[in-house]
Design a protein around this ligand. Structure first.
Ligand code: UDP
Length: 237
């Protein structure tokens, strides 16, 4: 598969064309941003962890019946994926209160919910990704009613699979963000990444944070946290 021109550069990844019009190469960087791009930095080795971890998660989810954009791991930092049009919604699932949920509703972090929650943000940098509901997303033609129903079904399935999986590694899956895409034939597939950048992972025994909150909140040990969660994923404990 020949890597051709760069199509896009985001905050954490670059995307390249290939000689197949339906496939692109994603290349993961060590760059990190937080708070709507206000905080910038690098996390050494993050690109490798996020690429390899995302690919494992995508393969696990495919087996569980969730279609994904994953095609083939090319190297430590690069993966071949299906070219999609990203549905401009950030889909957030929560099992335990944290982050913007705790802040918005004035509750402590760490309160487990009886049932997982779902929410959407409209992916729009100019508007700073505002919270949006299903009806508004449909009104804005961001997705159809049927697509949103499917996205919700897949997102809860992802939660069931990943929550159980991470518990076997001694990790609580607190919350995470997903993005979905539409392939050339209109199929909705899970896209983007599943990594410590996009999930909150807490050690099941100590509640130690093993994710990007260490960077966001200047807690130190950022690289160690990425290494630790990756070690558990690769060693299966
Ligand atoms: N998240 C993300 N990208 C975003 C916003 C959130 O990957 O632009 C992830 C975040 O890592 C966390 C979950 O989605 O695992 C919920 O984030 P929250 O809404 O609490 O926002 P935050 O507190 O991160 O601003």
């Amino acid at each position: 598969m020949e890597k051709k021109e760069q199509l896009y550069e985001g905050k954490a990844k670059k995307v390249y064309a290939t000689d197949d019009k339906d496939l692109v190469i994603v290349s993961y960087k060590d760059d990190a941003t937080a708070f709507d791009g206000l905080k910038k930095g690098t996390i050494a080795g993050k690109g490798v962890v996020n690429n390899l971890m995302t690919n494992r998660m995508m393969q696990l989810l495919e087996k569980a019946g969730v279609p994904t954009h994953f095609v083939k791991e090319l190297s430590e930092r690069e993966t071949l994926v299906k070219k999609v049009h990203i549905v401009p919604l950030e889909v957030i699932i929560r099992n335990v209160s944290a982050g913007s949920f705790a802040k918005r509703y004035g509750v402590e972090e760490g309160i487990p919910f009886d049932e997982p929650t779902i929410e959407f943000s409209y992916k729009n940098d100019d508007l700073h990704d505002p919270l949006i509901n299903d009806y508004h997303a449909i009104a804005l033609h961001l997705a159809t009613k049927e697509e949103i129903a499917l996205i919700k079904q897949y997102a809860f399935k992802v939660n069931d699979v990943l929550k159980a999986y991470f518990l076997t590694l001694g990790v609580k899956l607190i919350d995470f963000k997903l993005e979905f895409g539409k392939t050339a034939d209109g199929t909705i597939v899970l896209a983007d990444e599943i990594s410590p950048d996009t999930c909150r992972f807490w050690d099941a025994k100590t509640d130690e944070k093993l994710d990007k909150d260490r960077f966001r909140r200047d807690l130190g040990g950022v690289e160690d946290a990425y290494r630790e969660i990756f070690k558990r994923v690769t060693e299966g404990k």
